[in-house]
Design a protein around this ligand. Sequence first.
Ligand code: GAR
Length: 192
Amino acid sequence: MEKLTGLKKIKTAVFISGTGSNLKNIISFSKIKKSPISIDLIISNTSYAKGLMYADQFNIKKRIFSFKNSNISEKKLSILLKKEKIKFICLAGFMKILSQGFIKKFDGKIINIHPSLLPKYKGLNTHSKAIKNKDRFAGCTVHYVTTKLDSGKIILQKKVKISVNDSISSLAKKVLRREHKLYPAAIIKIFN
Ligand code: GAR
């Protein structure tokens, strides 16, 4: 990954589908001096994503692409990313699978946060799987996005202890709190 030169931050887009707590956290991080990235664009696959409110709150450009026809959406998205000079993409609760062509175009420049200790529990329902299997630890992973789902090189990972009283939602909350520390740390690790 390219090193930072001078004070210029790397123009970054964040892709979301839902609440956007990671998005909000990454935006706050991007504003501090030691952040190598600036958040210049927010992409969602749905207008219902609550996280879109952070675009207005922080005055960041937002665009919605339905991905109903992912070919068309990705073509339009690629044109927009080029126009906005976006060099890096953070997936943050983005629940659409990007095509091989799109991922190859941004090879090594898309990262994702996943709520499990990968390679364990790729895909959905990670917390219920961890509880059902009586795992002692859950966790979260920031990894590069490759054409194989949740399988790219791991950048950083953090464990979260599962207690006997944990429900799916209490565990999800605990993991999410940890995600908010992990994502900025992973971004720093990539560019330093
Ligand atoms: C996070 O827990 C993230 O790890 C997960 O969705 C949540 C989004 O929360 N991502 C995935 O499951 C991707 N496969 P947020 O909208 O509050 O950031």
